[in-house]
Each structure stands twice: as C-alpha cells, then as structure tokens.
Design a protein around this ligand. Structure first.
Ligand code: CA
Length: 251
C-alpha cells in the first residue's frame, strides 16, 4: 500500500483537475441567488455566488467554471458587459443569461455579447436545470469524458446516472458527487479536505462525520445492488488521510 506521500506529481495534479461541475452565479437579488445556490448544490453542483458585475468578472477570471449564470441587470457593471469582457479574455465557458426584460432587443444583445442561452424571469428551477445541462453537454475547448466504466458499473455524467449491469443505482446527489470524484481518481487517495471541497463546496461546514456517513451509505449502495455478485469496487479508508476507490483490476 502506498502512502499519499508516495504519489507522483502527475497523480496529484489529476486529483486537483477532476472537479464536480462548478457554476458561478452572478445575481444581485440575494433571495434568488440563495435559491439558485441551494437548488444547484442539492443537484450536486459546486457553486460560487457574486453579488455584482465586478465581483463576477473577478471570480470568472480567477477560477475555472463549467458554466456561468449571469443576471442582466447588476450593480457596478451589467451582465452584458461582464460577458463581453469574459469572451474578450478568450474564455469559452458556457453562459446562461438571466433577464427580467422580455423583449427581443435585449435577448439579441445578450446573445451577441457572447451568452449561449438566456432565461426570462420568472423562470422555473426545472427549466434552469434543463438549460444548464444542455450547456454543460456542449463540447468546449477540450473533450470531457462523459462515461466512466469500472467493470459493469457505468457512470453517465451527461445524464448524471449510475448503472450496475444496466440497473440504475439510486444515489443521493452527494453520493453521486463522491462516487464521481473517487471514480475519476481511481487508485488515488483523496483527502477529506478535497472531498469536502469538491463534494460539498466548502471545507468549513463539513464535519468528518458527514463524510463518513456518506461514504458508508455509498458503500452500502454499491454492495446492495450486487446481491451475491461482486462489483469489484471497494472504497478503502486510508487512516488519517481520506478514501480511495479501487477496482477489480487494482493492485
Ligand atoms: Ca438584477
């Protein structure tokens, strides 16, 4: 068994490269921003929230997001300008624009500025999710693997679905996110801090107990479905460090 310290640099990079889909919400209406954040996190996304156009541009510049949700009317700098600056800096992050203005002129201006899609307020959260999924499916500069296979276990990241021998595994959003993180970093030890950050989006509010409970429940679900058969997948506890997923072919 290797310790975390024995990991080679490329492996450590891989650990930091595989993230849950990370979304930046730029919205000045506090209630709407909070609703979006809560809703998206319940779906397993990791989110950041910016309250004005400057903060949004700063965060979008400094971090890598899988998608941006940008309100049109924002303090300090409007959403259209933010999107123009973002595109001018060479970034191709998909952008979903929110607007309260239901007229053709603004929609066209938003799309011209570089938004990929728009939603007119008020909108249903389900519709926002559907639009977001569609945006995340579009290929960006690099290919993102949408399928993970580990023996008979298949994770379809596009559909956010996990199957075992064709049967759907019923996972809660955090269990799915955890499995995705471990599966995409197979055989590598993932620290509790990384798990808290990538799965819960915070290292501050997540206790070790919450992580342990989620791991136990995930282990149970991977085991349950097989009944007599073996998935060949195990999630090892690496004492004092974190967890590691191993497949049937792992040494
Ligand atoms: Ca606004």
């Amino acid at each position: 068994m290797r310790s975390l310290f024995a990991l080679q640099l490329p492996e450590l990079l891989l650990v930091s490269v595989w993230l849950m889909a990370r979304i930046l919400i730029v919205e000045d209406e506090a209630r709407l921003a909070a609703l979006l954040r809560r809703g998206l996190e319940a779906e397993g996304y990791v989110t950041d929230v910016a309250k004005d156009g400057f903060e949004g541009e700063l965060l979008a510049d400094e971090n890598t997001y899988d998608a941006l949700i940008v309100d049109w009317r924002l303090p300090k700098q409007d959403g259209k300008t933010l999107i123009e600056h973002h595109r001018a800096s060479g970034k191709s992050t998909p952008v979903l624009m929110l607007t309260a203005l239901d007229d053709v002129e603004h929609r066209v201006a938003g799309l011209d500025a570089g938004a990929d899609d728009y939603l007119t307020k008020p909108f249903s959260f389900e519709e926002l999710l559907a639009r977001l999924r569609a945006l995340l499916r579009r290929p960006q500069g690099f290919e993102r693997s949408t399928l993970y296979r580990e023996g008979e276990l298949v994770m379809n990241r596009e559909r956010r679905e996990v199957t075992w021998k064709g049967e759907i595994l019923r996972l809660r959003p955090k269990e799915y996110a955890l499995l995705e993180l471990l599966l995409s970093n197979k055989d590598l030890v993932i620290s509790r801090t990384t798990i808290a950050e990538k799965v819960w989006g915070s290292i501050v509010y997540v206790t070790d107990n919450v992580i342990d409970v989620t791991v136990s429940s995930l282990r149970q679900k991977i085991k349950d479905i097989v009944t007599g058969d073996t998935t060949g997948i195990t999630i090892d506890t690496v004492r004092g460090v974190g967890y590691r997923l191993r497949g049937a072919d792992s040494e």
